[in-house]
Ligand binder design. Sequence first.
Ligand code: ADP
Ligand code: MG
Length: 224
Amino acid sequence: MLTLEKVSKTYNVGEMQVEALKDVSLTVNEADFISIMGPSGSGKSTLLHLMGALDVPSSGHVCLEGKDLSTLKESELTVIRRTQIGFVFQAFNVVPQLTALENVELPLRPHRLPTSEKQKRAEELLEKVGLSARMNHLPRQLSGGEIQRVAVARALVNRPKIVLADEPTGELDSKTSLQLVELMKKMKEETHTAFVIVTHDFALGKKAERKLELIDGTLKEKGD
Ligand SMILES: Nc1ncnc2c1ncn2[C@@H]1O[C@H](COP(=O)(O)OP(=O)(O)O)[C@@H](O)[C@H]1O
Ligand SMILES: [Mg+2]
């Protein structure tokens, strides 16, 4: 579904070149649940940005459903980001002025769906992530773990093919982190959406079905 072929990414910073990713190849299939572990600076965010069509590689190819993203126009990439990919980040995930329900509905705004349908979809997802009693709460009335559950619901509301999560538990304690991973697994089972989670937390990464490790920009399978 999503493939990376010998992807490299080099950032130019003044005279300096930073090789953030080196020859990374990876295939993500439907209903995969993948963790990519690595320390800070190993290239995790760079990799997710390339997978999510938020940035372009210096060399190599990123293909979604057989289409090389580098051949697409910006308007086509915008549609892909909006319809095929869901994002979950560590923080700043939700809009503070909007309720949980409004946050989950947000990605549906550009879509031509009846308002009642948008609300129904958002409510169903909030129920699935265990927040039916919190739909009208503002983020400041929710715990960190609940906010990330809202973020997971929001990432799924467009029924994407893949959810990309960048350190989604970075602000959570270890128990809440593990609960969030279990929730993402449950959502994967129910929706068959693939999940790719990058994290520096090995305890968390271990919970994935396929475990990869990123070391200084090089990706490899990780044994147990
Ligand atoms: N926009 C950028 N410009 C220059 N260097 C960058 C940029 N983004 C990341 N880097 C560098 O690339 C390397 C990988 O960064 P990143 O992908 O953010 O790693 P991680 O998410 O694993 O912490 C780091 O050395 C970082 O300093
Ligand atoms: Mg990062």
